[in-house]
Design a binder for this molecule. Structure first.
Ligand SMILES: Cc1cc2nc3c(=O)[nH]c(=O)nc-3n(C[C@H](O)[C@H](O)[C@H](O)COP(=O)(O)OP(=O)(O)OC[C@H]3O[C@@H](n4cnc5c(N)ncnc54)[C@H](O)[C@@H]3O)c2cc1C
Length: 545
C-alpha cells in the first residue's frame, strides 16, 4: 500500500508528491490524463510573490485581503504570502526559468508584471505569457524521475474509500486501450469502453484535482476541470465551502473556441484598455484602479454593459503595448489564429468562468475534515481567496499548500476543524426521477451559464436547483443501472458540484466577490460575513462506483 496517493498532476499535486517523496514517503500520483495535462500548464500571467525590494509580504497580504471581499482567512493568507517567496525560489532551484530584466542573464533581476488588484508589480512570469507551461515542465521533470514516486496516467478517480471514518483510498477506473484525448470537450484520458473500478488503498489521499470551469458553457478551463475532487469530497462527507464564489475572467477572447483563449490581465498591466462599443474607455467610471480593478469588478462592469446594450462582447485595446509578439507570444498566437493583429486591431472580449474560489475545506496544513484526506490547489478552500481570488495567487497557493500538506503527513493523522462561522446548507433533496435519460454535460453547462453565471437572481437559481435536483437523481439511477463510464462520471461531477453552487448562491442573499445577485446587489456584512459550507454526514463508507 502506498503512503500517499495524490489525485492530479498540476502544480499542487506535483508539489505535494515531490515534497512527500523527499520526506521518505512512498507516493503514487494517479491522474486522469497524461502527466502534464492540467490547468496549470495554461496559466499565463504568472506567480505573485513579494520578491522586489519595494514589496513586502505585508503589502501582498493587504492586497489579497482587499480582493477577497471580507471572507479571506487571515491566517491562511499570512502563510501564503510569508512562505510564497521561498517556495518560488525552491521552484527555480528545481529548474524553472523565469523571465529576467535587461539582457535576461541568470544574474539579472526577475522581470515583474503588475496585474489587477496588486498595488505594485510583483508577478513573476516565464516565456512572456507561458508561465504555467514552464512551472508544469519543471515540476514534471523533478517528479517523474523521483525514486519515491510512481506515476499512473489515464486513471479516473471516482470516489473516496473510507474505513471507520478515515479516508483509506479511492475507487478508480484504470486506463483502457485507445488513443489519448486532451483539450477537447469530449473528455480527457484514454478512449475506450467502460472498465471496472478498482480500489487503490493508501494511508493518505491528496485531492489535487483542480477546478470546475467546465460546469459552465463559456470557460477558460481545459476539459479536465470538471470539479471531480469537490464532488468526491461531498459524497464522502467532507466539508466543502464557498463554492458560490466562481471567478469569471473579464477578458476571454470572444471566439467560438472552447476553452476560450485567455487574454491575460497582464495585458492591462502593460497598458491595454477596455473600451465599449463606441470606443469609450469605461473602467475609470467604475473603480479608482480603472482597468486594474479586481477581477470581479471588471467582469461585472463588462457584463452590465453587455446586458444593458444587448451586446455579446466589448473590446480590449492592446495596440499601445510595445513588442507584443515578444512579451506575449502565447496570446499573440491565439489572436493570429483568430485572424486578429493585436498591434492594430482591438480584441473582442467577454467574461468566461475561470476559477473556483471555494472547494474542499482545509486547515493551513491542507488537512480536510476527514482524517486521511488532504486537499491542495484549486480544489481546496484554504481560505486564501475568500470571495474573490487575487490575480496570480493560485499557482502560489499550489506551491505553498501542496508542500505544507506533504510536510504535515509525516505527523499523525488528523482532520481540519470546521470554522465556527460556517453556515451549513441543507442536505440534497433528491426527488423521484422520471424515467428518462440523464442530461448531457452541455445541457448542464448551458443551464449553469444562463442562470448561475456572472449575474444571478433568485428566480433563475430556483430553476437551476429544480432541474439539477432531477438530473442528479437520474444520474444516480443511471450509475446504478449501467455502471460508470467516463462520460457519465463527468456529468455526475458537474451536476453534483453545480447543484451545490446553485444552492449556496440562492442562500447567499447579497453580492460579494465572485457572487453577484441582481436581486440583492449590495454587500451585507451584518448577515453574510460568513461562509456557506456543506457537509453531508453519515455517508455510506463502502466502496461505490
Ligand atoms: C487559461 C488559464 C490561465 C491562468 N493563469 C493563471 C496565472 O497566470 N496565474 C495563476 O496563479 N493562476 C492562473 N490560472 C489558474 C491556475 O492555472 C490554476 O488554478 C492552477 O493551475 C490549478 O492547479 P491545480 O494543481 O490545483 O490543478 P490543475 O492544474 O488543474 O490539475 C488538476 C489535475 O487533476 C487531475 N484530475 C482531475 N480530476 C481527476 C480525477 N477524477 N481522477 C484523476 N485525476 C484527476 C487532472 O488531470 C490534472 O492533472 C489560470 C488558469 C487558466 C485556465
Amino acid at each position: 500500500m502506498t503512503d500517499v496517493l495524490v489525485l492530479g498532476s498540476g502544480v499542487a499535486g506535483l508539489t505535494a508528491a515531490r515534497t512527500a517523496a523527499d520526506a521518505g514517503l512512498s507516493v503514487t500520483i494517479l491522474t486522469k490524463g497524461e502527466m502534464a495535462a492540467s490547468a496549470t500548464r495554461y496559466a499565463q500571467g504568472g506567480v505573485a510573490a513579494a520578491l522586489s525590494p519595494g514589496d513586502s509580504p505585508a503589502l501582498h497580504f493587504s492586497d489579497t485581503l482587499s480582493a477577497g471581499g471580507g471572507l479571506c482567512d487571515p491566517e491562511a493568507v499570512r502563510v501564503l504570502v510569508g512562505e510564497g517567496p521561498d517556495r518560488l525560489r525552491e521552484l527555480m532551484a528545481l529548474g524553472a526559468s523565469f523571465d529576467r530584466t535587461g539582457d535576461g542573464g541568470a544574474g539579472a533581476p526577475l522581470a515583474l508584471a503588475r496585474e489587477g488588484g496588486h498595488s505594485l508589480a510583483r508577478v513573476v512570469h516565464a516565456g512572456g505569457d507561458a508561465t504555467g507551461f514552464e512551472v508544469e515542465r519543471a515540476l514534471v521533470a523533478a517528479t517523474a524521475g523521483h525514486p519515491g514516486v510512481t506515476i499512473e496516467e489515464g486513471w479516473l478517480a471516482l470516489s473516496l474509500y473510507t474505513e471507520n471514518g478515515h479516508v483509506a483510498g479511492v475507487m478508480a477506473v484504470p486506463p483502457s486501450a485507445g488513443s489519448w484525448v486532451d483539450g477537447s470537450r469530449a473528455g480527457v484520458g484514454p478512449v475506450g469502453g467502460a472498465t471496472a473500478p478498482v480500489l487503490v488503498p493508501a494511508r493518505h489521499v491528496v485531492l489535487a484535482c483542480g477546478g470546475a470551469g467546465q460546469l459552465f458553457s463559456v470557460t477558460t478551463n481545459p476539459a479536465l476541470s470538471t470539479g471531480d475532487g469537490v464532488a468526491m469530497a461531498l459524497a464522502a462527507g467532507a466539508a466543502v465551502a464557498d463554492v458560490e464564489f466562481m471567478q469569471f475572467h473579464p477578458t476571454a477572447l470572444h471566439h467560438p473556441a472552447m476553452p476560450r483563449p485567455l487574454l491575460s490581465e497582464a495585458l492591462r498591466g502593460e497598458g491595454a484598455v477596455l473600451r465599449d462599443e463606441q470606443g469609450v474607455a469605461f473602467m475609470a467610471a467604475d473603480h479608482p484602479l480603472a482597468d486594474l480593478a479586481p477581477r470581479d469588478v471588471v467582469s461585472r462592469a463588462i457584463a452590465r454593459r453587455l446586458v444593458e446594450r444587448g451586446l455579446d462582447h466589448l473590446w480590449l485595446d492592446a495596440t499601445g503595448i510595445d513588442d507584443f509578439p515578444h512579451r506575449f507570444p502565447t496570446i499573440w498566437a491565439h489572436c493570429r489564429d483568430a485572424g486578429l493583429d493585436p498591434t492594430r486591431d482591438w480584441l473582442p472580449v467577454a467574461p468566461a468562468a475561470h476559477y473556483l474560489c471555494g472547494g474542499v475545506v482545509t486547515d493551513v496544513d491542507g488537512a480536510a475534515s476527514l482524517p486521511g484526506l488532504w486537499a491542495c490547489g484549486e480544489v481546496a478552500c484554504t481560505g486564501v481567496h475568500g470571495a474573490n481570488r487575487l490575480a496570480s495567487n493560485s499557482l502560489l497557493e499550489g506551491l505553498v499548500f501542496g508542500a505544507r500538506a506533504a510536510d504535515a503527513m509525516v505527523g499523525p493523522l488528523r482532520a481540519a476543524r470546521l470554522r465556527e462561522s460556517d453556515v451549513m446548507t441543507w442536505p440534497p433533496d433528491v426527488r423521484r426521477p422520471p424515467s428518462i435519460d440523464p442530461p448531457s454535460a452541455d445541457d448542464v453547462r448551458g443551464l449553469m451559464w444562463r442562470h448561475c453565471g456572472l449575474l444571478r437572481d433568485g428566480r433563475g437559481l430556483d430553476q437551476v436547483i429544480a432541474r439539477l435536483d432531477a438530473w442528479h437523481a437520474l444520474v444516480r439511477t443511471a450509475v446504478q443501472v449501467r455502471g460508470t463510464d467516463r462520460g457519465l462520471q463527468r456529468v455526475r461531477s458537474i451536476v453534483t458540484v453545480g447543484l451545490m453552487i446553485a444552492r449556496a448562491a440562492l442562500r447567499r442573499t447579497e453580492s460579494r466577490g465572485g457572487h453577484f445577485r441582481t436581486d440583492f446587489p449590495d454587500r451585507d456584512d451584518i448577515k453574510w460575513r460568513k461562509h456557506i459550507s456543506d457537509v453531508q454526514r453519515n455517508r455510506d463508507s463502502r466502496p461505490s462506483n
